[in-house]
Design a protein around this ligand. Structure first.
Ligand code: NAD
Length: 475
């Protein structure tokens, strides 16, 4: 039975969908039923109502912060601003964070926050007021802090909201030398890390590239190996969707359609993502982009012919009503929970490969983890070692030139002479994490002959069980 304040998918709440995924995975491993129950439950759910004066009138704002699991601390998870925010949604997204962190070996418990507002309809000065008030409510209840719970951006939020959160927290907790680590996804000047903005989309790119580079997986789907020439459709041109589109386009994939709230655009020969963004900035819409065809019903874009479909907007967009019409061979879940369980059954029968959210969009939390470490160590990545590496490499080149009795070309020298900057460390750390995660999951998938989602949940459950056991909480 669905209750009020639940996010309705085809037949169950969003949270129940995730529980079903865990139950499915648990069939393949030996796990105590009570422990599985503990792993599924949300440890703390904080529902807040607070008043804010907007345009001279009092508005009562509904908001949430959910800490799904305390098996590792701090808790970590984004904050979303949307009129669709409800308790069930935030609980589910917090649970997904726990599993994501476990899969990617990130030492956090899962959390999520949400404020039920439409940020596009609220002027910035009121958005700031709401964000600061929300932060002070979290401080009052000890629901935020570098070692307690660390928010980040999500749907409808970005750097500016994270900056306000940091400023509010540090004003309310003066003298806390680690206060910068109370939130991630901040602007660089406020302690952010280079590469965080594009991290989730870049992680989506690395994950899809890993699958496409496997000959065995591609020939099973009747596709060529590699990303070059793959036809891609992306829903949602926000932070995640835009950056995924940009990196896929750069690697030679063909973006045949892009879908936004107001409609979608299609061009079988491909859309230049940067030009679409310029057009969006100039006209306020992606529609009427030169050379492309408008699709008025935006959700119809999901049903077009393509090799890879990337939902990067919201949950439940592929459900029992449209799953049969999906023609893509691969679906990369950049958004959280875009496919309902009923839809997944239909898609599996059609032979579609799904790369699940708990792995594919974990790039954001991975780089948030790097930002948190940067904030706690109070130093930019590469600041100490960059020049040292450059000096050593210069000496090394001189030795090679002496031994080989020839001068190394300047363009060859430049490759070796450059020491790593912060962005180089972040990109390589993210790439490594996404590649390792992919192959660990794939090994489980192949050994049990199951799909990637179930394999990912098995990995997550095993890691959490191990953590509980080592803590001595369960035998
Ligand atoms: P965002 O607010 O930056 O972008 C979302 C985009 O989707 C917006 O451009 C919006 O106009 C568009 N959109 C909304 N409804 C739509 C519809 N019906 N059809 C097509 N487009 C629509 O949000 P984001 O941060 O990019 O998050 C997108 C998804 O990725 C969410 O599910 C979020 O939970 C997930 N995610 C985000 C991050 C992150 O680092 N931001 C990390 C992990 C997962």
């Amino acid at each position: 039975m669905l209750k009020k304040n639940q996010n309705i998918t085809d037949t169950c709440s969003f949270f129940n969908c995730i529980e079903k995924n865990l139950d499915k995975a648990a069939q393949f491993i030996s796990v105590d039923k009570k422990l599985l129950k503990q792993i599924k439950l949300c440890n703390s759910v904080y529902r807040i109502n607070f008043p804010v004066e907007i345009y001279g009138k009092i508005q009562v704002i509904e908001a949430y912060r959910v800490q799904h699991s305390h098996h590792k601390l701090p808790c970590k998870g984004g904050i979303r601003y949307s009129l669709k925010v409800n308790q069930d949604e935030i609980m589910t997204l917090a649970a997904l964070m726990t599993y994501k962190c476990a899969i990617m070996d990130i030492p956090f418990g899962g959390a999520k926050g949400g404020i039920k507002i439409d940020p596009q309809k609220i002027p910035v000065k009121y958005l700031e007021k709401i964000t600061r008030r929300y932060t002070s409510e979290l401080v009052k209840k000890n629901f935020i802090g570098p070692g307690i719970d660390v928010p980040a951006p999500d749907y409808g939020t970005g750097e500016k909201e994270m900056s306000w959160i940091f400023d509010t927290f540090s004003s309310l907790c003066p003298g806390n030398i680690d206060s910068m680590a109370c939130v991630t996804g901040k602007p660089i000047s406020q302690g952010g890390v280079r590469g965080r903005k594009e991290a989730t989309g870049l992680g989506v790119f690395y994950g899809i590239r890993e699958l496409c580079n496997l000959k065995e997986e591609m020939s099973f789907l009747g596709l060529d190996t590699g990303l070059m020439g793959k036809k891609i459709i992306i829903q949602g041109l926000g932070n995640v969707g835009y950056h995924a589109a940009k990196f896929l386009y750069k690697s030679g994939a063909i973006i045949v359609a892009l879908a936004e709230r107001e409609g979608a655009i299609y061009n079988k020969n491909g859309l230049n993502v940067s030009d679409v963004i310029l057009h969006l900035k100039e006209t306020g819409s992606i529609l009427n982009f030169p050379g492309s065809k408008n699709i008025q019903k935006t959700e119809k874009a999901l049903e077009l012919e393509c090799d890879i479909l990337i939902p990067a907007a919201l949950e439940n967009v592929i459900n029992k009503n449209n799953a049969n019409s999906i023609k893509s061979k691969i679906i990369g879940e950049a958004a959280n929970g875009p496919i309902t369980p009923e839809a997944e059954n239909i898609l599996e029968k059609k032979g579609i490969t799904i790369i699940p959210d708990i792995y594919l969009n974990a790039g954001g939390v991975t780089v948030s983890y790097f930002e948190w470490i940067k904030n706690l160590s109070h130093i930019r990545y590469g600041r100490i070692e960059k020049k040292f590496s450059e000096n050593i490499n210069a000496k090394f080149i001189k030795i090679i030139e002496t031994i080989c009795k020839r001068k190394i070309l300047k363009k060859e020298k430049d490759i070796f002479l450059k020491g790593a900057d912060e962005i180089d460390f972040i990109y390589s750390g993210l790439e490594d994490t996404m590649i390792n995660g992919f192959h660990t999951i794939r090994d489980i998938k192949n050994s049990l002959n199951i799909n990637i989602r179930t394999a990912s949940y098995i990995l997550a459950i095993n890691k959490i069980i191990d953590s509980y056991k080592k803590l001595g909480i369960f035998p």
